[in-house]
Write a protein that binds this ligand. Structure first.
Ligand SMILES: C[S@@+](CC[C@H](N)C(=O)[O-])C[C@H]1O[C@@H](n2cnc3c(N)ncnc32)[C@H](O)[C@@H]1O
Length: 322
């Protein structure tokens, strides 16, 4: 996942100008400022919900890489939980019971707990760096993360920490990580779509109804610039599996998803960010979602024939030796 942040954090998130300046060379600080500033609008921006659409998305991602054995896991931890998208929906899907959320961003931990409470769940939360997880050895049966590994400076260290907090035989599942090839085409398509859309929506005949206010476009550009600091890695699936093995995991397995769906999805998301949202109603949202579903089905067939590394999303699982 990649999305457009920047200096607006000193206006919205309360960070000092000095902190914002330091964030350009400190990826962890950048992650905190960026994600704190995004926490209150994150679900809307990424169309995150806690209904059947996202429950089945989370469940299917998990099952695609790790199968359904062991459900429900008794005690689960999420790293980089954001607003709780992955863990809360996995809990609703019956994948796990006792839910613990963590994130480097205090704003995100609060958002995840708030979302859990709204769903009637008892969710425990802590601010935590994935490279130094503040839980005892062998505390969890399952550790999950979605779109978090690519933000962590030392992925092998984080995976060693994951194995430390897992019980012997416990499983980890990471999903939503950008592949190196996928990130290459997604960014180029995104930039091209942004340029085309903002040019067309600034034509005099369209400007008033279709363009986004200038300050929102400027905020998106600042955000896109900070992304280059928070998005640290892209992954070759085989190299990511090798990193998990070096960290001490066994039963390591990767899978990948979304080729045509990503070629369609990234321009669509960029287009949505570039135009006046009032022009895109429910009909557009359903068109985008149904198209993504159909293309994902095609990608599942293509996945049997094409190399893993061509697909956008990388998923990784493994276990702590029993
Ligand atoms: C792209 S967001 C994904 C959020 C959520 N998992 C989702 O899929 O919607 C990445 C999250 O990872 C968090 N993060 C970044 N670096 C981290 C680290 N070193 N340890 C823990 N969380 C981190 C960020 O604060 C952010 O909330």
């Amino acid at each position: 996942m990649s999305k457009p942040g920047g200096q607006q954090t000193d206006e919205r998130g309360g960070a000092s100008a000095e902190e914002v300046e330091r964030a350009w060379t400190d990826p962890k600080l950048a992650n905190v400022l960026y994600h704190d500033s995004e926490a209150s609008t994150y679900d809307e921006k990424w169309s995150i919900s806690y209904d059947e659409r996202c429950i089945s998305y989370a469940r299917d991602r998990f099952a695609a890489v790790a199968g359904t054995d062991g459900w429900p896991y008794a005690k689960a931890l999420e790293l980089g939980c954001g607003t709780g998208f992955f863990l809360l929906n996995l809990k609703q899907a019956g994948v796990l019971d006792d839910a613990h959320v963590t994130d480097l961003s205090p704003g995100m931990v609060q958002a995840a707990i708030r979302n859990g409470t709204a769903l009637g769940m008892d969710v425990a939360g802590r601010v935590a760096d994935a490279e130094a997880i503040p839980y005892d050895d062998a505390s969890f049966d399952l550790v999950v993360g979605h779109a978090v590994l690519h933000h962590i400076p030392d992925v092998e260290l984080a995976l060693r920490e994951v194995l430390r907090v897992l019980r012997p035989g416990g499983r980890f599942v990471f999903a939503g990580e950008p592949s190196t090839v996928g990130d290459w085409y997604a960014r180029r398509l995104g930039r091209l779509t942004w340029r085309l859309t903002t040019t067309v929506t600034h034509l005099p005949q369209l400007r008033e109804r279709w363009s986004r206010p200038e300050e929102e476009l400027a905020e998106s550009s600042r955000a896109a610039a900070l992304e280059s600091v928070v998005d640290i890695h892209t992954f070759d699936p085989r190299e990511l599996a090798a990193t998990a093995l070096r960290a001490g995991a066994v039963d390591v397995h990767t899978t990948t998803e979304e080729l045509t769906a990503a070629l369609f999805g990234w321009p669509v998301r960029t287009f949505e960010a570039a135009v006046n949202p009032a022009r895109l109603g429910w009909g557009w949202a359903m068109f985008a979602y149904r198209s993504w579903q159909r293309l994902s089905a095609i990608d599942r067939v293509l996945g049997k024939a094409l190399p893993q590394k061509l697909f956008y999303n990388v998923l990784l699982t493994g276990t702590r030796p029993g």
